[in-house]
Design a protein. Sequence first.
Length: 509
Amino acid sequence: MSKTVDVLPDPSRWKALTFIALAQLMVVLDSTIVNIALPSAQVDLGISDGNKQWVITAYALAFGGLLLFGGRIADLWGRKRTFVVGLLGFAAASALGGVAQGEAMLFGSRALQGLFGALLAPAALSLLAVMFTDAKERAKAFGIYGAIAGGGGAVGLILGGFLTEYLNWRWTFFVNVPFAIAAAAGAYLVIREPSGSRNRSPLDIPGVVLSTLGLVSLVYGFTRAESAGWSDSLTIGMFVAAGVLLGAFVLTEARVKSPLLPLRVVTDRNRGGVYLSLGLAIIAMFGLFLFLTYYLQLVKGYTPVKTGFAFLPMIAGMITGSTQIGARLMTRVPPRLLMGPGFLVAAVGMLLLTQLDIDTSYAGVILPGELLLGLGMGSAFMPAMSLATHGIQPRDAGVASAMVNTSQQVGGAIGTALLNTIAAGATSAYVADHVAGATDPKLLQLQATVAGFASAIWWAVGILVVAATIAVVLINTGRPGTGKAGASGGSGENADGVEDEFMIPVVAH
């Protein structure tokens, strides 16, 4: 027998969204802003070429490895408290990075940023999930969140360029501090987390250990493959270890009384389709960010600031796709009819970018390609973010949100390693095929590099088509609020088999 509870919407929910969005922007900015500053930091701190990757890898390992743990802590400890602690910790870690006097201090600060990021990212998304329960309001809220999640990385390129070029690399760390403090203060004063939505079950320690070690092994395997190659013994060992550890994690979660990741969260057909298609789309997108940044700077000779501005059409496309297409249509059409076509539009934009050459026109090829990519990704990301937590039991909101971040983090690691490897192989093949008739070695190298980028982007096109296919085939829920869910759509069930789509608890004041 179904039971419903009248839900009083939180009167401060839109103010809360401002601070949640600010925190999400900071986390996404940080993923690209440090890339711009890395060459300067390397020179200043005397970091070797062999060790420079740890500025990125230390963050990725801590963030990716601890996300599920962070999501469960949010469910157990309270999402607001976890969110505020995550923000303050991220601010302190960023300040430590800004004053770093050597590579060890910098690497340590990046690992701490990853740890606190793994607390605040799932807490932010799960707060949205439990605060916005009306379908139309949820669409608007997730439209804003999706636009920031998709476009924030490109904003980071602009901001990173400005800070590095006109101040110094340390400000790419210091800039996080005011963001984090403002978001934490606002969240503390404004957010009213719904009462009764915590999961107070004991922490699943074996699950924490197995998931953390498994995800760290997986992310490090892909990160190492980029530099050492896929046949490297340690790379292979990391993948084998990840498979064993994550397999043991799944077996453990199926048996323990209070699992870290209840398997009902990922075995739901719709959420599983979201996690898989979103992860694939991120693989394609991260690769493009990397290649386009190198293309504009190395081939076109753009400055870091000009490179950042060159990404603005993509940001505009994402914001438009999320807020004007995704948010407006999400309550009118099923999510698969936004996600599938959205990924296909992004694939068309990516297809244009396979035409890159050393003299390619920005206005003729790159600009329309970016616009289509942004529109498509924005339209698809918004319903994906919302559907990933739609109908979830309030006590599972944190881990469901963590799974969204995990699919993005693992997708980013795979995208960087896989597409970089493909590009490097295509570049080498181009040089071997054309070296005999070359008269200018530098020109040949540029042509080979661009040919490598184009080959990898072709793969990204294919990956987006697969993501679109998965979204259309697996996701079968109806539009929110209609009750036209598929076999596993719409609403979850609690332990007593009671539908809980309308059981988000009343807000505590």
